[in-house]
Design a protein around this ligand. Structure first.
Ligand SMILES: [Zn+2]
Length: 118
């Protein structure tokens, strides 16, 4: 897998975790177990997100940041040739390419980063 794609997936996972934490802060029991306040957990996540964003190539970084800010998801899976960000078929030339996750692909329709999970 392309190292930048791995980074994008890791980043998106952290963003998803961040939203979950904001929507539903750590419960009392979890707080007691981990000794971590919700705002501390968010700070740690933010620090990691900032670090990883800094490792993205400039072009990928700006695209990632615009999508994560407006559409929520910047990286979406492709299943059976369909982009799961916009549910439109991705171009077959790219779909048929061998080692697809070894390059950075973007959806021709919605512009999100794509990764194959077939
Ligand atoms: Zn799409």
């Amino acid at each position: 897998m392309h190292p930048q794609l791995e980074l994008l997936l890791e980043l998106q996972d952290l963003h998803t975790q961040r939203r979950a934490l904001q929507d539903e802060p750590l419960r009392d029991m979890e707080e007691a177990v981990f000794d971590l306040k919700p705002e501390e957990a968010l700070d740690l996540l933010d620090a990691k997100i900032t670090e990883l964003v800094g490792r993205l190539d400039p072009g990928i970084q700006s695209r990632y940041l615009s999508f994560i800010g407006t559409l929520g998801r910047a990286v979406v899976p492709v299943l059976n040739g369909i982009c799961y960000g916009c549910f439109v078929a991705t171009p077959t030339a790219w779909s048929a390419e061998a080692g697809r996750n070894d390059s950075i692909g973007v959806c021709a329709h919605c512009g999100r980063f794509l990764y194959y999970v077939d």
